[in-house]
Design a protein around this ligand. Structure first.
Ligand SMILES: C[S@@+](CC[C@H](N)C(=O)[O-])C[C@H]1O[C@@H](n2cnc3c(N)ncnc32)[C@H](O)[C@@H]1O
Length: 380
């Protein structure tokens, strides 16, 4: 039986996640604001969690309907086949959100959904009492303009939690966004990549994981690993395949630098945990002193935005300096995310393309300056 699935995304990344879903072979892929829907099997739930690099979470879509009264919400929730997923000992919680809807009290909606699911499970399992001692299931009731979507979270913590990042420093980039920035660029594993504001190393590490085909979820656990219906064999098999798929012979040339020695120490630790420390060269360096290592490289970076008090002038100077450095070699491409609206003036060049993205709550633009493609190397 095919299962309706939802991969949530940050605003602006829908097309990237759609492409990832296509590459993973999922069926009936449809894109909406903030999510990509598709159909799949239990094995696809495992695959989506292990392999999607840019999605927020993977959900099972249980149903969608219109509701403007609590009775409508209760009855239509109760009509759904909850026991398909939740076993008799399942422990479940309900989370919720409501936007522009008649049913605006999220806590009331959560309580009603919980009650309706319990009533349905009572009928299915012929019991009045649930211990809730088994695996966990998080149900989300999402209401947008009176349309309710009920879904079960298969991921647990968000998919950006790869498991390689130790204590975060200031303003780290989400791993999902870092990976999307890379996938939106023309960087390929045979080209040099440089991040001169690498902080805890997120962009270099995500690039190295892509180059080596390391599944982003390989180092972490997922909520649905405990679920009866999926079963541990599917997870074991998929993890085994993911380990076999790693290409340790890939030796991309990746460079990360930052002015902060503590950030670089952390970046090194993180890269080691992710299994990619041998293909990233990290160094402590102010961006003004960066030189471009080689030709036809790709600079991908998330610099400071100048939003903090007293930081603006310094950041403006950094952007100017970076523009100067990039002018020294026109074979390089630059991809940079920032909320500063006059970035192009400081950098000294108009972007070939700009894409609106959200870095957390900050509205940003992803500026793309494309250099020439590297000449083709003759085949042996
Ligand atoms: C927004 S953070 C980058 C976060 C990084 N993408 C991550 O995931 O951890 C900006 C980084 O720029 C660094 N930085 C600030 N001024 C710098 C300068 N003049 N040269 C190089 N790095 C600088 C900071 O130390 C900080 O790590």
């Amino acid at each position: 039986m095919s299962i309706n699935l939802i991969a949530t995304t940050t605003f602006g990344l829908e097309a990237v996640v759609k492409r990832e879903c296509q590459a993973l072979g999922f069926q009936n892929i449809k894109t909406y604001d903030g999510k990509v829907e598709f159909t799949g099997t239990e094995a696809d739930i495992v695959k989506a969690n292990l392999w999607l690099r840019c999605a927020g979470r993977v959900w099972i879509k249980m149903g969608t309907f219109r509701a403007v009264t609590f009775t409508e919400l209760f009855d239509q929730t109760k009509a759904l086949p909850w026991a398909d997923w939740i076993p008799e000992d399942g422990k479940f919680t309900v989370v919720g959100k409501s936007v522009k809807s008649t049913l605006f009290s999220v806590s009331d909606c959560q309580a009603i959904v919980k009650k309706a699911v319990v009533e349905k499970l009572k009928q299915t399992y012929h019991t009045d009492w649930f211990d809730e001692t088994g695996a966990s299931y998080t149900i989300q009731v999402g209401i947008l303009k009176d349309v309710v979507t009920l879904a079960i979270d298969t991921s647990g913590s968000g998919l950006h939690m790869r498991g390689y990042r130790a204590n975060a420093l200031d303003a780290p980039l989400k791993e999902t966004l870092a990976s999307a920035m890379i996938q939106l660029s023309f960087w390929r594993k045979d080209r040099i990549l440089l991040d001169p504001f690498c902080g805890s190393g997120t962009i270099p590490i995500e690039a190295a994981m892509l180059a080596r085909n390391i599944a982003p979820g390989i180092h972490r656990k997922f909520a649905s690993e405990e679920w009866e219906r999926i079963g541990s064999d599917l997870w074991k098999q998929a993890r085994k395949e993911a380990y076999q798929a790693i290409d340790y012979t890939a030796m991309p040339q990746i460079y990360g630098s930052d002015i902060d020695p503590a950030a670089i120490a952390l970046a090194k630790e993180n890269a080691e945990k992710a299994g990619v420390d041998d293909c990233i060269t990290f160094s402590v360096k102010p961006c003004q002193e960066v030189t471009l290592p080689g030709k036809y490289g790709v600079l991908i970076t998330n610099p400071p935005y100048g939003e903090r008090l007293g930081e603006l002038k310094e950041v403006e100077n950094m952007y100017r300096a970076l523009g100067g450095i990039m002018k020294t070699d026109n074979t390089w491409s630059t991809y940079l995310i920032t909320s500063m609206e006059y970035f192009e003036t400081l950098f000294g060049r108009k972007a070939d393309r700009k894409r609106k993205l959200f870095n957390g709550r900050i509205k940003t633009d992803y500026y793309q300056f494309e250099g020439p493609r590297p000449p083709k190397t003759p085949k042996d």
